[in-house]
Write a protein that binds this ligand. Sequence first.
Ligand SMILES: Nc1ncnc2c1ncn2[C@@H]1O[C@H](COP(=O)(O)OP(=O)(O)OP(=O)(O)O)[C@@H](O)[C@H]1O
Length: 345
Amino acid sequence: MSERPVLEAQGVDAGYKRRRRHPATTVLRGVDLVARAGELVAVVGPNGAGKSTLLRTLVGAQAPLAGRVVLDGVEMGALTPRERARRLAVMLTEPVDVGLMTVEAVVALGRLPYRSWLGRRTGDDQSAVDRALVDAGVGELRDRMLSDLSDGERQRVMLARALAQDPAVLVLDEPTAFLDVARRIELAAVLSRLTATTGAAIIMSTHDLGFALRRADQVWLVGGQSTVTASAPEDLAYGGAIAECFAGENMTFDDAAATVVVADTSTSGATVRIEATGRLRQWTEHAVRRAGWAPSEESATVIRVEPGTPCRWRLDGVHGVGFGSMVAHLREPQAVPSMNHVGEL
Ligand SMILES: Nc1ncnc2c1ncn2[C@@H]1O[C@H](COP(=O)(O)OP(=O)(O)OP(=O)(O)O)[C@@H](O)[C@H]1O
């Protein structure tokens, strides 16, 4: 990572001008931000906080209501669309319009800002396309039709197209939105690797707080009195800014899991001491909480659990097999009376 700023917001107010029936809205005020070459920046915040508004303002899709956005040393408004496209690539959330094009042809579209008016592809264009295909992990898909790909594959092709632009700044709005957990982790790894290999700054909005905290060099926390707070993820988590921003009636920030969790308001007040170790203990705690009980070392009620798939448990002389029956029994002790007859532990 270098110290070279590639995208800056200087005293930016972001929002929407008055239109016929809609009053003017200032969503964010006095925003000062700096993204540096090779940095991965995660933009996080609750729904409606202004993440998309911020990103749209940073990429020049809407003008700031006040202040200025500086891209690679030049004020955004002073750049022609072509000059802007050579420095900045944008990948938005909209599902990709599936056309009858090969993957390679789609990725080659990323080279348009570099073409002469005759539109011929040069050797430089081809090597940029080849590199982008590899960097985004879609090299083996190059001859496939875009329409034949899965959503996750298509998403990565669009990433390759953005990379082919060879941008100093890559902005992605919720790139993981349509992906399953495995694809999400994969894309996250691709993105953090890309900052090192391409030297670009990658700025992405995400609802995946765990990802932001684990991978980002900087987090831009949007929310709370129309502000954006920029800092290292640990500073924001440790200092309580993230907890404060996401805190809701029944939401809390779980430091250990590095994510926001729904506080359990359904606890019955009942406690139980768990006799189990390792993963078995962890999942027993999970089941106990799900049933509305709280694990406690001081509790006089004891549940003893023995390993196995499914596990076997005993509580107050009642025996059971599997977590399903455990939760049912904790919720309603008389719900599983027959478990009394399920073997000895
Ligand atoms: N075109 C628009 N005109 C007026 N107000 C808008 C417009 N688009 C969004 N807003 C308002 O701006 C605020 C911020 O919206 P924005 O979409 O930036 O939030 P977000 O953080 O990206 O939310 P989400 O996590 O739900 O995607 C909201 O109050 C929204 O209603």
